[in-house]
Design a protein around this ligand. Structure first.
Ligand code: T3D
Length: 249
């Protein structure tokens, strides 16, 4: 796997971007490695949660611009082969995906983080929809997730102006779940992933499904969906176990 590190601890697969000297800017090889690492975690029954994070002072600065100057594969391929499969894997993952944003997240780097189920950041991190400044349209699911997270108006301004949004501001406007002081960040982010790993996996997976359906469902459609998903959750072994444990207490 190129430019990433894959490790497992406490049932959490940690996918760490390791091109720190280039702010973890994503090359084609790295994008394919991220896809492969997510697949590996999804296919490993011992993995209950996936965590994405970066080494150094960036989460990721998005597409490696230098690579484009050497061998531009053309816009038609770059998204369909590199970024869209990453976003689809994260959004479609039955296992919760946590983005632990350790520093600046720009362009596709920001949007890879924002499509995750829980996004936490270190206080010194920032989020930049860097696309307009280089004459591009926000991609990697940004135009889908950002307006749903923070509302149309703020998303529109942030994407058009390419503002740098601090972690504090990102938390305040609902772009991310929480930020933590830099010296507490790693531990706090891992604690959240661990908490998820200890919760009933089926319930979390169905919760993700219900939230996704709500993006385009009517109320009656969503009530029906909740009904169906709740029956699936209740038919799972973890529900019965948790209820038994509760009654014993
Ligand atoms: O075809 C397509 O392009 C479609 C796909 C699009 C997806 C996208 O992600 S488009 C958006 C691409 N990303 C950007 O436009 C962000 C570019 N980077 C920046 O604006 C700044 O680097 C940051 C604001 C993120 C951080 O600034 P700063 O001052 O803290 O760091 P720096 O000095 O600019 O960068 C440090 C090094 O990382 C530097 O390398 P060097 O000179 O020390 O060897 C810099 O060139 C490198 N770097 C940063 N971002 C990228 C990069 N190298 C290649 N690609 C990058 N995106």
């Amino acid at each position: 796997m190129s430019s990433i590190n894959y490790s497992i601890k406490d049932s959490i697969a940690v996918i760490r971007f390791t091109r720190a000297d280039k702010l973890n800017a994503v090359t084609r090889e790295m994008a394919l490695s991220i896809q492969a690492a997510i697949d590996k975690a999804l296919n490993d029954a011992s993995v209950r949660v996936i965590m994405l994070t970066g080494e150094g002072r960036a989460f990721s600065a998005g597409q490696d611009i230098a690579e484009l100057c050497v061998a531009d594969p053309g816009m038609g391929r770059i998204l369909s082969e590199q970024y869209n499969p990453i976003i689809s894997r994260i959004a479609g993952s039955s296992k919760p995906v946590v983005a632990a944003v350790n520093g600046v997240a720009a362009g596709a780097g920001a949007n890879i983080a924002l499509c995750c189920d829980i996004v936490v950041a270190t206080k010194s991190a920032s989020f930049i929809q860097a696309f307009s400044k280089i004459g591009l349209v926000p991609d990697s699911g940004g135009t889908y997730f950002l307006p749903r997270l923070i509302g149309w108006q703020k998303a529109s301004a942030i994407m058009m102006l390419g503002d740098k949004i601090s972690a504090e501001e990102a938390e305040r406007i609902g772009m991310i779940y929480k930020y933590f002081e830099d010296d507490q960040f790693e531990e706090a982010a891992f604690k959240i992933a661990k908490q998820l790993a200890e919760l009933p996996a089926l319930a979390l997976s169905l919760t993700k499904k219900a939230l996704q359906s709500s993006a385009c469902n009517s109320l009656s459609g969503q009530l029906a969906e909740e009904d169906e998903l709740q029956q699936q959750a209740a038919a799972g072994p973890e529900y019965a176990e948790r209820i038994r444990a509760f009654m014993k207490k």
